[in-house]
Design a protein around this ligand. Structure first.
Ligand SMILES: *[C@@H]1O[C@H](CO)[C@@H](O)[C@H](O)[C@H]1NC(C)=O
Ligand SMILES: *[C@@H]1O[C@H](CO)[C@@H](O)[C@H](O)[C@H]1NC(C)=O
Ligand SMILES: *[C@@H]1O[C@H](CO)[C@@H](O)[C@H](O)[C@H]1NC(C)=O
Ligand SMILES: *[C@@H]1O[C@H](CO)[C@@H](O)[C@H](O)[C@H]1NC(C)=O
Ligand SMILES: *[C@@H]1O[C@H](CO)[C@@H](O)[C@H](O)[C@H]1NC(C)=O
Ligand SMILES: *[C@@H]1O[C@H](CO)[C@@H](O)[C@H](O)[C@H]1NC(C)=O
Ligand SMILES: *[C@@H]1O[C@H](CO)[C@@H](O)[C@H](O)[C@H]1NC(C)=O
Ligand SMILES: *[C@@H]1O[C@H](CO)[C@@H](O)[C@H](O)[C@H]1NC(C)=O
Ligand SMILES: *[C@@H]1O[C@H](CO)[C@@H](O)[C@H](O)[C@H]1NC(C)=O
Ligand SMILES: *[C@@H]1O[C@H](CO)[C@@H](O)[C@H](O)[C@H]1NC(C)=O
Length: 675
């Protein structure tokens, strides 16, 4: 109805214009001067031919007289310092968490990302990064809330609260390049939503002070004297182990009163034997049984070992939130003391494992600066002091360890240098490693080992390197960039300086070989140095308990023979309810005899990288040799599954992978562990 009326009015006015045709004149020329009478005053001379009028304008509402500077074309203002320019009010801490979670939810739901879970994840990390930069105190709450929203842990509150990992995760978010390589790796490793970014191209030429000598210096000559050296690893004493508690529990850590079988509380399906169980760490009874057996089996009760290497992990596998610094320090105190008293004379050279810190696996680079640089010094101070107290290293070396993440170098009077590493700097589970990851050495750990190796080369000394987390094997434990650089360092100083490298961590009896030229041509002629991975004392998981004794030439520090021992955890329940006898540790195998039958090798020729490469060739020709290796990998556990077909190919490949980069590039995945 209304529309119609408007239409009629419009039509009438058009008709009226059409009728007024007689308008005069048809042209009007205005005067040349500006009509100055329009305004009572001007900022300039309005009659000028060269300038536009600048009238003084007065606002009838505000009574303000607008200043010339507003319209002065020669001084156009660019920075309005007069008007209010509003910002939103600052968010409270709780509002920041709420908004951050809402943004994470929006990113998760936004179809623009399609199925690119990696881009979603990195976008989400950006939200979290800026929230914690603005308000670090919200980091833990945000982590807990994100964990609950996306359900990436069953114990979100306990895991990510400030009193557990919340502070660590907040530091990570604050410092990491979450939009770049760091963020991709975080999303890959911790959230499973990206592929791990590839190894960053490395040119290590300038890393080294001097080129590799060519020809190599004349090798040190064997003396024919054989030293006895003990290698123990992964003790994992559980001082909370409870005989008779559930040993087949559904969640870590079994053999404790607070865990249950799948049937729930009330019934105990498999009571924990006094000496240990396959899903449990070592009770005191197992630790002392192993340490009491070692000198008897080695024949060193009177002499002690020439030395012992301990490749880390003292502490039990509790969930992080059940741990605290004093539990770590208690365990360090107990085990180093037992090593000292039960293994006899001869120094023990320990390296720290990922469990020998708090939070588990966490060690921060000194380059974080300020108080954050020192956040793990309580531990480096404690272990260094204990090692000095036990008489294994002197004050100078202890002071060095204090300021080098508990890593150190000992120059023995016999011409061997022991260089230890705190391998948390390349362990995937250390959150601090995801800050500036394209730098292969933010910790300076590889700088330290390189400088020590250069010193050793200059002095004509040989070196053993000792650490915990293996850099290579199946590539699942260590990060690409640091282990890629480590490989180049081993190449540079092998075989004339580095005689052997030792690790633990996997709890399994494994080995890998370093070659020249980044392993581009793996042959007996290019093999440089072997890495010995020691079986664990703890049976966790599904493994027997074991250790190894080496016979070492006192001139070359090459290994001439290796003897591995084990105890059968499957029989431990039979030892309960009596005190007449404990478990038996027994000889498992002789490395040279087991793998060397078809290799032409002198009786006093070392089990060096050349020999080990020939072993891998023998394995290619004779797959049953891989089955033997597989059995020993699990310390002859009844629970070890057979390894044939692709598994056998994979194991040989892992043996030839000294860096995570090589393992990932070359080998089938999924066969690294027998657990
Ligand atoms: C704008 O003015 C403010 C206040 O005088 C001053 O602090 C700021 O530096 C100026 N900005 C620019 C871009 O000149
Ligand atoms: C590596 O760096 C050195 C020295 O900086 C240079 O001479 C060499 O060409 C580089 N190598 C490669 C493969 O880029
Ligand atoms: C341990 O518990 C699992 C799950 O309930 C069960 O399958 C397995 O047979 C049990 N093992 C033993 C030795 O009782
Ligand atoms: C990370 O890299 C940045 C930029 O190079 C540097 O300022 C910072 O100190 C580095 N942080 C660490 C922990 O290395
Ligand atoms: C401490 O031990 C190192 C061997 O690693 C030795 O070079 C140094 O002279 C010793 N220092 C003292 C004060 O005995
Ligand atoms: C690999 O090294 C061996 C021994 O030095 C040599 O015989 C062979 O030709 C090399 N292969 C390649 C592809 O370089
Ligand atoms: C390993 O020992 C054999 C026999 O003594 C020797 O010929 C070979 O050069 C050694 N290999 C390395 C990498 O040192
Ligand atoms: C040890 O004693 C407990 C409690 O009496 C019993 O349940 C268990 O079967 C006994 N174990 C052995 C190996 O005799
Ligand atoms: C040695 O070689 C022979 C003949 O190829 C083979 O039958 C035997 O299994 C091999 N033994 C070992 C330990 O590799
Ligand atoms: C060594 O090989 C690995 C695997 O191919 C590669 O990722 C890495 O970049 C190589 N490192 C160097 C220094 O060439």
């Amino acid at each position: 109805m209304l529309g119609t009326v408007v239409g009629v009015v419009g039509l009438l006015s058009v008709t009226a214009v059409a009728q007024s045709t007689d308008i005069q004149p048809s042209t009007y020329t205005v005067p040349g001067a500006f009509p100055t009478s329009l305004y009572s005053s001007y900022y300039n001379n309005p009659t000028a031919t060269s300038a536009q009028a600048q009238p003084v304008i007065s606002d009838p509402v505000t009574h303000e007289i607008y200043s010339f500077s507003l319209t002065d074309p020669n001084n156009i203002p660019q920075n309005d310092t007069v008007d209010p320019h509003l910002l939103p009010p600052p968010a409270t801490s709780s509002a920041l968490v709420t908004h951050a979670i809402a943004q994470l939810a929006s990113i998760a739901a936004n179809p623009v990302f399609g199925d690119n879970t990696c881009a979603r994840c990195q976008a989400g990390l950006e939200v979290a990064k800026f929230a914690v930069l603005a308000a670090p105190e919200i980091g833990p709450d945000l982590a807990v809330a994100a964990c609950q929203y996306f359900d990436f842990d069953s114990e979100c509150q306990l895991t990510y609260m400030l009193n557990n990992l919340g502070g660590v995760v907040t530091q990570l978010l604050a410092f990491a390049d979450v939009g770049g390589y760091d963020g991709q790796a975080i999303c890959a490793n911790f959230l499973g939503s990206c592929d791990m970014p590839l190894t960053t191209p490395l040119n290590s030429t300038e890393w080294f002070a001097k080129p590799k000598p060519d020809p190599l210096p004349t090798p040190r000559q064997p003396t024919g004297e054989r030293l006895k050296v003990l290698h123990i690893s992964d003790a994992h004493i559980d001082p909370r182990y409870t005989t008779g508690a559930e040993s087949n529990c559904s969640d870590y850590l079994c053999c404790r009163p607070n865990v249950y079988s799948n049937d729930g509380p009330g019934t105990i399906t498999v009571p924990a034997p006094r000496y240990g169980a396959y899903y449990c760490d070592s009770p005191y009874a197992l630790i002392t049984a192993a340490l009491e057996s070692i000198p008897v089996l080695a024949g060193t009760q009177e002499t002690g070992f020439d030395w012992t290497i301990f490749t880390g992990d003292l502490v039990s596998h509790d969930p992080d939130y059940q741990l605290q610094r004093s539990y770590i320090m208690y365990t360090e105190t107990v085990l180093y003391d037992l090593f000292k008293r039960l293994l006899g004379s001869g120094p023990v050279y320990p390296s720290l494992g990922n469990h020998d810190t708090h939070n588990e696996a966490q060690d921060a680079p000194y380059s974080l600066g300020g108080y954050l640089a020192e956040q793990f010094s309580w531990n480096y101070d404690h272990v260094s002091s204990l090692w000095e107290y036990e008489g294994w290293i002197n004050e100078t070396v202890a002071n060095y360890a204090r300021t080098h993440y508990a890593a150190y170098m000992v120059r023995r009077t016999d011409g061997l240098r022991i260089i230890t590493l705190n391998t948390d700097f390349w362990y995937r589970a250390n959150y601090f490693n995801y800050i500036n990851m394209t730098n292969p050495d933010p910790y300076g750990m590889l700088r330290f080992v390189t400088d020590e190796l250069q010193d050793a080369e200059d002095a004509g000394d040989r070196v053993w390197i000792i650490g915990h987390v293996l850099p290579g094997w199946d590539g699942t434990n260590a990060l690409y960039n640091p282990t890629d650089l480590f490989y180049q360092i081993i190449d540079r100083y092998s075989p004339h300086v580095i005689a052997n490298v030792f690790f633990g961590h996997s709890h399994e009896d494994e080995l890998s070989i370093y070659y020249t030229n980044n392993g581009t041509n793996m042959s007996a002629a290019t093999a440089l140095t072997p890495t010995w991975v020691c079986p664990s004392i703890t049976p966790l998981t599904n493994l027997n308990s074991g250790f190894r004794i080496y016979e070492v030439d006192s001139g070359t520090f090459d290994i001439l023979d290796a003897h591995t021992y084990w105890a059968d955890v499957n029989t431990f329940a039979e030892l309960d309810n009596q005190t007449e006898y404990g478990p038996a540790y027994r000889y498992e195998y002789n490395t040279r005899e087991t793998y060397g039958a078809n290799i032409t090798w002198g009786l006093n020729d070392p089990l060096n990288a050349t020999w080990w490469h020939l072993v891998t060739e023998a394995m290619e020709a004779e797959p049953s040799l891989v089955s033997t290796f597989n059995t020993y990998e699990g310390k002859s556990s009844v629970r070890t599954q057979p390894c044939t077909g692709e598994c056998a190919t994979a194991k040989i490949c892992y043996m030839r992978s000294g860096s995570a980069s090589l393992a990932a590039q070359n080998c089938p995945s999924g066969y690294g562990s027998v657990q």
